[in-house]
Design a protein around this ligand. Structure first.
Ligand SMILES: Nc1ncnc2c1ncn2[C@@H]1O[C@H](COP(=O)(O)OP(=O)(O)OP(=O)(O)O)[C@@H](O)[C@H]1O
Ligand SMILES: [Mg+2]
Length: 441
């Protein structure tokens, strides 16, 4: 008994991709995405913050140094020297506006909080920051006792370069790696798919021979095991068929001799009855052997080929009509599927013969069963078989009161199953028995 799944695992089942490819790609990409997310978080969250804080602190320190110099040296020549030094060594162009005063209210935009904080720590007096001064620079104005010092601080000295490109690189690399991995995974999965398809085809009696082992070691191992199994089954079937054919064939000669001997026997009043019964028995044995041989002959060698089912049915119906039955046939043309035509003809003939033997009217019909296969029905208006006994009639030598050899249904089912299909017996709308044959496409 299977336990019902807890609700969360049912949800997981619905969300998870069903194919092996989907699942393995998911297994691969989850750690990749997680690692990237953690790495980016660490990088942006702390490292990048730290770097830009250090940069602003350095610039603020340099501006503070210059401002201290200006307070200390009042001589314009000294101040000019300081500004030249700042320009050439610190890459901070500046000018001094004597006597100027900064407006009282200073507006520092949020983006410059870091810079403002650093400057506040370095400078005693008021200052202002203008981030929109120009594309490359930030204008920092510092209030000194006798004027205003304007500093053009290059943005590249304040902020690290745009992280966008970095993101594109990381994302792009991840995508490329994912693509390569997906390609390799596809090859692996293809090997498994091929194995599944081969096993399925073999089960339907479409023998395409051994498959080429490829892909990962385990998949190759499975393919090799499959090939060996296929070989064993083939050998087993062949042995069974050969033995059946051999025994049947060897029994034929003595049986013929027996039949002839019985025919030659001088019939007296006392033995006539016995001889007649013996002759009937021998005849039945010959029939039995005939059907064994017919079965064995087709089983051994015939390969499945695309066959028009309607043509096979036409043939079966024509043969039954020649034997004097009233047979109708309703089958669309174009029902082409891989079949062992000889074997299937035998199976259908067995079913039609049964119907013919027990009924007056026989109706043959075929129809497509959606994408999955086709269905053939053989209906008759005879007495039918009680539902409880139907399944037993498929056993070898099972027959009802009218009884033939009891092999017809056994052989028919064997053949249909070798095609990957199934036969069942049901009630017929005609009042008798319906044999329904399903064949996969
Ligand atoms: N259409 C049918 N209507 C009524 N009974 C049937 C029908 N088909 C089969 N049966 C019953 O099922 C039994 C088994 O059928 P099966 O074809 O296997 O053997 P058989 O017809 O007796 O012998 P064989 O086909 O080997 O000559 C039959 O003996 C018969 O009693
Ligand atoms: Mg029969």
């Amino acid at each position: 008994m299977r336990l019902p799944l807890p609700p969360q695992s049912r949800v997981v089942k619905k969300v998870l991709p069903r194919s092996l490819l989907g699942r393995s790609l998911l297994i691969m990409s989850i750690p990749l995405v997680l690692v990237l997310a953690v790495a980016l978080q660490i990088f942006y969250g702390s490292h990048l913050n730290l770097v830009s804080r250090r940069l602003t602190f350095a610039v603020a320190g340099e501006i503070g140094g210059v401002a201290d110099g200006f307070v200390h040296f009042r001589d314009p020549a000294d101040r000019a020297w300081i500004m030249r030094q700042a320009q050439s060594n610190l890459e901070l162009p500046m000018r001094f506006l004597p006597g100027e005063r900064l407006p009282a209210v200073q507006d520092t935009s949020a983006a410059d909080d870091e810079l403002a904080g650093a400057l506040r720590m370095r400078l005693g007096g008021p200052f202002s920051i203008d981030s929109d001064a120009d594309e490359q620079n930030v204008l920092i104005r510092v209030q000194l006792p006798d004027g205003v010092l304007d500093v053009l601080a290059p943005r590249k000295r304040l902020y690290t370069s745009s992280p966008f490109l970095f993101l594109v690189w990381v994302g792009g690399m991840a995508l490329v790696l994912f693509g390569i991995a997906a390609m390799f995974m596809r090859i692996q999965v293809r090997a498994i798919r091929r194995l599944a398809a081969a096993a399925e085809a073999f089960g339907m009696g479409r023998d395409h021979g051994p498959i080429k082992p490829e892909g990962a070691a385990e998949v190759r191992q499975a393919a090799t095991a499959y090939n060996r199994m296929q070989e064993r089954i083939r050998r087993f079937l062949q042995q069974r068929t050969e033995m059946l054919a051999g025994v049947s064939h060897d029994l034929r000669t003595p049986l013929t001799r027996l039949r002839l001997a019985l025919a030659m026997l001088p019939a007296t009043e006392a033995t006539r009855q016995d001889v007649a019964e013996m002759s009937a028995d021998v005849e039945e044995m010959e029939q039995l052997i005939g059907s064994y041989l017919a079965f064995a002959r087709g089983e051994g060698t015939e390969q499945a080929r695309p066959t028009d089912l309607a043509a096979v049915l036409e043939d079966v119906a024509a043969r039954a009509r020649r034997a004097g039955a009233e047979v109708t046939l309703a089958a669309p043309t174009g029902l082409v599927l891989p079949l062992r035509a000889e074997a299937l003809r035998r199976a259908l003939t067995n079913l039609v013969d049964n119907a013919r033997r027990h009924a007056r009217r026989v109706a043959l019909a075929a129809a497509r069963l959606g994408e999955r296969g086709v269905q053939v029905t053989i209906d008759d208006d005879g007495p039918g078989i009680p539902a409880a006994e139907r399944e037993d009639m498929f056993k070898p030598f099972a027959h009802g009161p009218a009884g033939g050899t009891g092999l017809g249904l056994t052989i028919a089912r064997d053949i249909v199953r070798a095609h990957g299909g199934e036969i069942v017996l049901e009630d017929s709308p005609l009042g008798g028995l319906r044999a329904r044959v399903r064949l996969p496409v």
